[in-house]
Design a protein around this ligand. Structure first.
Ligand code: PMP
Ligand code: GLN
Length: 394
């Protein structure tokens, strides 16, 4: 979100447009006002006990010093097995898998390792907030292609026009935060063809890979000509509801992963040793865990969508993630930022204005994101509070 107030004299001008993240800002607003927080995407229920018990056991058994730079061997092997089981992809755990401090570090390390100053990076808007910041930190320039409601598809001609001789990378997020869109095989093939034609790298952020409803999740790395140019990223925070553990990973061809490791080792070097043992256990859990998680989150999606529709919003039912975006105009509101800033006082609910994830703010002005990774009673409480929202806007 753009900084407000006077500019910070000390901040690198490349970062001047990045103030406090919208997630921190909105969670602080929720804490200040006691509102139900459907803003920042974090679950309010712990993940599987086997996973946390394995992390506790690792602490008790003395795994408390720096883990190996690429991540502990059992976790890298579990990541490779997980990708093979669910995505049919084959990665060598020694050279093609890298454990990172959350997906956030995997994305940052990829951008810093693979982009040169002046390179262009294509991404779709609305984009996850860290993308713009790390593109800037890498000294690269973002080129944005807009996903347009209601289907959040892109115009293939607009995408083709975004490729230039300076394009180095396309940074893709599917399932997509904040819209909940899951890119279709056809869309991914259009993207892949352009990346092959222009010899462009892809960083594929698939942190919501297990939160896909009714449609298929296609990793872009599985399409023709893509495996050799794609770094695929995922995160235990999203798969196991342990967002505070910050264990993520990147998979790809050995040379790309070696490049990402080069920058990663000077960002955090390593992180979360004992948590890595927990996640290694989690990735080998039976299919019933993963199916149960998806089914539970789908039921929450439907629950919150019903409440939001009843409150009068125009709801875009998401195919993936744990976010739902609504158009606020039917309840008499116009600007998502104003709406979200006043919502805690008026209704006791916090949500995130999607506008802050756009360069073209007009495209997202009327859109607001709600997170549904919350207990049913919390969703119901938020739903009841939102029931009167349209009166407050008149
Ligand atoms: N990418 C996307 C699309 C996200 O929504 C998130 C947020 N949670 C991340 C990356 C960051 O993941 P992590 O918490 O593992 O760093
Ligand atoms: N990914 C989470 C979201 O979109 C938030 C993570 C963060 O606060 N950086 O809400």
């Amino acid at each position: 979100m753009a900084s407000e107030g006077s500019p910070n004299r000390f901040l690198n001008p490349n970062l001047a447009e990045f103030g406090t993240t919208i997630f921190a800002e909105m969670s602080a607003l929720a804490a200040r006002t006691g509102a139900v927080n459907l803003g920042q995407g974090f679950p309010d229920t712990d993940g599987p006990a086997e996973v946390s018990e394995a992390a506790i056991a690792a602490i008790r058994s003395g795994h408390n010093q720096y883990p190996p730079g690429p991540g502990i061997q059992p976790l890298r092997e579990a990541i490779a097995r997980h990708r093979a089981r669910f995505r049919g992809q084959a990665f060598d755990p020694d050279s093609e898998v890298l454990v990172t401090a959350g997906a956030t570090e995997a994305i940052a390390a990829s951008l810093l390792a693979l982009c040169r100053v002046g390179d262009e990076v294509i991404t779709f808007e609305p984009y996850y907030d860290s993308y713009a910041a790390v593109i800037a930190m890498a000294g690269a320039t973002r080129r944005v292609v807009t996903l347009r409601a209601p289907g959040y598809s892109f115009d293939p001609a607009e995408l083709a026009a975004a490729f230039t001789p300076a394009t180095r990378m396309l940074l893709l997020n599917s399932p997509h935060n904040p819209t909940g869109k899951v890119f279709s095989r056809t869309e991914l093939s259009q993207i892949a063809e352009l990346c092959v034609e222009h010899d462009v790298l892809v960083v594929a952020d698939e942190v919501y890979e297990h939160l896909v409803y009714d449609v298929e999740h296609v990793p872009i790395a599985t399409l023709a000509g893509m495996v050799e140019r794609t770094v695929t990223i995922s995160s235990a925070g999203k798969i196991f509801s342990f967002t505070g553990w910050k264990i993520g990973w990147a998979c790809g061809p050995a040379e790309l992963i070696a490049a990402v490791r080069t920058s990663k080792q000077f960002l955090t070097y390593v992180n979360g040793g004992p948590f890595q043992y927990g996640v290694a256990v989690g990735l080998d859990l039976g299919d019933e865990f993963f199916e149960g998680y998806t089914a539970a989150m789908k039921a929450k999606r439907d629950r919150l969508c019903r409440w939001l529709a009843a409150a009068g919003f125009d709801v875009m039912v998401p195919q993936g993630t744990y976010f739902v975006t609504v158009d606020i105009r039917p309840v008499g509101a116009v600007d998502g930022v104003d709406f979200c800033l006043s919502l805690p006082e008026r209704c006791g609910v916090v949500a995130v204005p999607t506008q802050v994830f756009y360069d073209d703010t007009d495209a997202g002005r009327h859109l607001v994101r709600f997170a549904f990774c919350k207990r049913d009673d919390v969703l119901d409480e938020a739903g009841r509070r939102l029931a009167g929202v349209s009166e407050g806007n008149r």
